[in-house]
Write a protein that binds this ligand. Structure first.
Ligand SMILES: Nc1ncnc2c1ncn2[C@@H]1O[C@H](COP(=O)(O)OP(=O)(O)OP(=O)(O)O)[C@@H](O)[C@H]1O
Ligand SMILES: [Mg+2]
Length: 247
């Protein structure tokens, strides 16, 4: 594989529930290449969010390692971890999580402000990202003046603000209709080209699966299958893959 941006080795996460540990992740070995849109699909409770939380430095593994851009995330102490989350990863959630009192451009500027980027540079980058997600005409609109799909595209622009090594998206189309979901995937594909952005997208959505470069199926905390891709770059046996992964 070309340059791996994310590498997990024998990653495990157990939660204590009463006397018995719950194995949420059970030995995951995963490599994500630079510029790839990797899908993670699996039934509810299979460990998808747990995996994203470990890569994103929101949680710590019980065993195994996570490396992002060669840095071992699992070894970072708290202040460095905060820095890691601000600079190295971008997050996109199902319900957009925009700040309701800030307009679109201010929402995109927020992580740059925290990273002490100067105001002029913040504005320039935020407007350019809004243009990339097709919302340059809406930069002064408040979140409640935007549709769900538009809010999610602002959230994607915000996730990319500090040029992260990887963007982690947890069910980004979970609250969108199919047309908005398709549009969102078009945006991810163009950002992959323009920004060389790398995405890990957790999903139940066949529309998302169809547009990923590669998809891993996860079950009971383990990667059980990986999609095959045809010469046209499309996932082979798409419907079958989705059915087998989810049921
Ligand atoms: N904080 C926690 N404490 C105890 N158990 C947890 C905790 N978080 C997750 N789990 C358990 O770990 C397992 C994996 O959870 P996870 O949230 O990663 O699943 P998921 O694949 O994201 O599911 P969904 O599709 O429903 O979002 C589940 O059995 C869950 O109940
Ligand atoms: Mg989840």
């Amino acid at each position: 594989m070309s340059e791996a941006v994310v590498e997990t080795v024998n990653l495990e996460r157990r939660y204590k529930r009463g006397k018995f540990p719950v194995p949420a992740l059970n030995g995951v070995d995963l490599e994500v290449a630079k510029g790839e849109i990797l899908g993670i699909i699996g039934p509810s409770g299979s460990g998808k969010t747990t995996l994203l939380n470990l890569i994103g430095g929101l949680d710590r593994p019980s065993k195994g390692t996570v490396k992002v851009d060669g840095v071992e995330v699992s070894k970072l102490e708290d202040p460095q971890l905060t820095d890691y989350r601000l600079h190295k990863v971008g997050f996109v959630f199902q319900f957009y999580n925009l700040i309701p009192t800030l307009n679109a451009v201010e929402n995109v500027e927020l992580p740059m402000g925290l990273a002490k980027v100067g105001p002029a540079e913040q504005r320039e980058r935020a407007l350019s990202l809004l243009e990339s997600v097709g919302l340059d005409q809406r930069s002064d609109h408040m979140p409640d003046e935007l549709s769900g799909g538009e809010q999610q595209r602002v959230a994607v622009a915000r996730a990319l603000a500090n040029h992260p090594s990887v963007v982690l998206a947890d069910e980004p189309t979970g609250d969108l209709d199919s047309k908005s979901a398709k549009k969102l995937m078009e945006v991810l594909k163009s950002l992959r080209k323009e920004e060389h952005a790398t995405f890990v997208v957790v999903t139940h959505d066949p529309i998302v699966v169809a547009e990923c470069n590669r998809v891993c199926a996860i079950r009971d905390g383990k990667i059980t299958r990986e999609s095959r891709v045809g010469e046209d770059g499309k996932i082979l046996d798409h419907s079958r893959f989705v059915m087998d992964a989810l049921f």
